[in-house]
Design a protein around this ligand. Structure first.
Ligand code: MN
Length: 573
């Protein structure tokens, strides 16, 4: 891919001759990366060019293409954020910075981390274009992965499989998801990949031959019913998903009906259903294999009709029927919408550029909401919901790259408590992006924070004035209360009066059992009464002189173990 080719592609795809922004971005990137080479030996500029080209295929706006060309000028080229902002303005600079920040996230193969990283990506996807550039960046890096040292290959491929491919899937980018998975597959599971090459090739060839053989028959059948066909092709299941499916079927290739499916593109939704009817009239369908993803789209928005029939010569064959629009969406998902909206803009819709962009963002969010409506699986539903939820959250990284998610406005101290309560309790200061800051310092998305602790440091009441999370508040309050109690216990020479409260199910001998526990601590009860508590359970109140916080906690624990006791509590009196 040369710049001349990219230029040609944009002019053709975008129906425009004004590509000044892209051209300037290319010249800037070319200069910054001058003399740099990729590990593969290619000139560095080939990498941003490949990504820009992939995004131009998706017809993303020119700001995105420019940002793709510039995406490594800060990280790998030594340019600054200010340079980019000065040269290309806020929009492009925002995209480049976003991609640079995403590049700092490190994944170390923990499942917990995978989930939090995927959320982080989507949280920043308030501008989805950042994620699209990053996904294409990864796809191109995967293509040149051979050039890297072996242990790096495996790490990057695993990250691709567990973070990037699921993200592409969630955004409905079916084609990209398949590409990422198939690129990563041989690195992550080399033996399984080899097995697939050795054992499926023949079956695969036969299936392609069969599908090609029946295509004219299908065409004939549909034309007899006057159903217009826009396109028909054999669609091979991609390798990684085939392997996953085989693993479920004892590696028996004959059990995979959709090894190669026959895809039919028709003009309208009603044509889809008519085609389905015609196919079923011609060949007997397999029960339970008819899937109406038009009425019930998949969580990522996928729409199509699927059916599996005993086809010509009694062979089992899967059909996928969809409109052109559904096809475009299945392949390019969210990007299809961007392109569509951009297109509308060029056709003279009366909206200014920024508000059009805002509408796209809103559209994206509302589309995710729509998707979750039809999701039968409650876990899927929850996942969709979390994207909304995480919109007002920030992600702060530990020096090791673990992501801690916090509400907007959270401080360094909130971060400390979310890393570990012990770290919060003993925090004395913080270092954020390498600079020393006080504990009340407000954090921003993607800050890298490190907490400085002091062994004998204790939480202070002032802290409650600035922490933003309930978790930090809870820890601080309980620590302060505990310290206050310790002070009172020591002031009263080991005889602090405490009112102990017990809620229990009523039964004969309850009060006896409770007083026996108190007596076992050699405590003389100074007063005792019973009230009606919640759910009309008795509430027993006992005034006990207690020696220390430690003794009180042991007493409460013992009382809790008495039969019928549901709740214990206390207050210092
Ligand atoms: Mn890159």
């Amino acid at each position: 891919m040369s710049f001349a080719e990219l230029k040609e592609k944009i002019i053709k795809n975008y129906d425009t001759t004004d590509i000044t922004l892209v051209e300037r971005a290319y010249k800037f990137a070319e200069k910054v990366h001058e003399g740099q080479t990729r590990k593969s030996g290619d000139a560095y500029i080939t990498h941003p060019l490949a990504i820009a080209s992939a995004l131009a295929d998706l017809k993303l706006d020119q700001a995105t293409i420019a940002a793709a060309l510039l995406h490594d000028v800060i990280e790998d080229g030594g340019a600054t954020e200010d340079d980019v902002k000065k040269e290309f303005g806020e929009d492009v600079a925002f995209l480049v910075e976003g991609v640079t920040k995403l590049g700092k996230l490190k994944y170390r193969g923990a499942e917990r981390m995978a989930e939090s990283l995927r959320k982080m990506f989507l949280a920043t996807a308030e501008d989805i274009r950042v994620v699209l550039i990053k996904l294409m960046d990864r796809a191109h890096n995967m293509e040149t992965l051979r050039a890297l040292p072996e242990e790096k290959q495996k790490r990057i491929a695993l990250e691709t499989l567990e973070i990037y491919a699921p993200l592409a899937d969630r955004l409905g980018l079916g084609q990209l998801k398949a590409r990422l998975e198939d690129l990563a597959f041989p690195y992550v599971y080399p033996e399984e990949y080899q097995w697939l090459q050795n054992n499926v090739k023949e079956a695969f060839k036969e299936r392609v031959k069969y599908i090609e053989h029946i295509m004219p028959v299908v065409r004939e059948l549909l034309s007899k019913e006057n159903i217009p066909v826009l396109a028909m092709d054999a669609r091979a299941k991609h390798q990684y998903s085939l392997w996953r499916k085989l693993a479920k079927f004892d590696m028996d290739v004959t059990k995979i009906n959709d090894l190669v499916a026959l895809r039919i593109i028709v003009p309208t939704v009603s044509d889809c259903y008519q085609a389905l009817g015609a196919i079923h009239a011609g060949w007997r369908p397999l029960p339970g294999k008819i899937k109406d993803y038009i009425a019930l789209p998949k969580p990522n928005g996928y729409k199509s009709l699927h059916t599996t029939v005993f086809g010509p010569d009694g062979e089992i064959v899967e059909f996928q029927i969809r409109t052109e629009e559904m096809h475009e969406e299945a392949e390019h998902g969210i990007a299809a919408h961007w392109a569509y909206n951009e297109h509308k803009k060029t056709k003279g819709y009366k909206t200014s550029a920024p508000s059009e962009a805002d509408k796209d963002k809103i559209h994206w969010v509302s589309q995710l909401k729509d998707w979750q409506k039809d999701v039968p699986d409650p876990n899927e539903f929850l996942n969709s919901l979390k994207i909304e939820f995480f919109k007002n959250r920030i992600f702060v990284l530990t020096p090791k790259g673990d992501a801690i998610d916090l509400p907007e406005g959270a401080t360094a101290l909130d971060f400390a408590y979310h890393v570990h309560s012990q770290i919060g309790d003993t925090a004395s200061g913080a270092r954020v992006n390498g600079k020393m800051v006080p504990l009340n310092h407000e954090l921003s998305n993607f800050d890298v924070a490190e907490i400085i602790t002091q062994k004998n440091k204790k939480p202070s009441a002032d802290w409650l004035g600035f922490v933003k999370t309930s978790m930090a508040r809870r820890h601080i309050t309980s620590k302060i209360r505990r310290a206050e109690e310790d002070r009172r216990f020591s002031e009263h020479q080991g005889k602090q009066m405490v009112e102990v409260r017990v809620i229990a199910k009523d039964r004969v001998g309850l009060v006896n059992d409770l007083t026996a526990v108190v007596a076992s601590f050699k405590i003389n009860i100074k007063g005792m009464r019973t009230e009606r508590g919640e759910r009309s359970h008795p509430l027993v109140l006992m005034n006990c002189p207690v020696k220390s916080n430690d003794e009180m906690r042991k007493l409460l624990m013992k009382l809790k173990s008495v039969r019928g006791v549901e709740e214990v509590g206390y207050r210092i009196i």
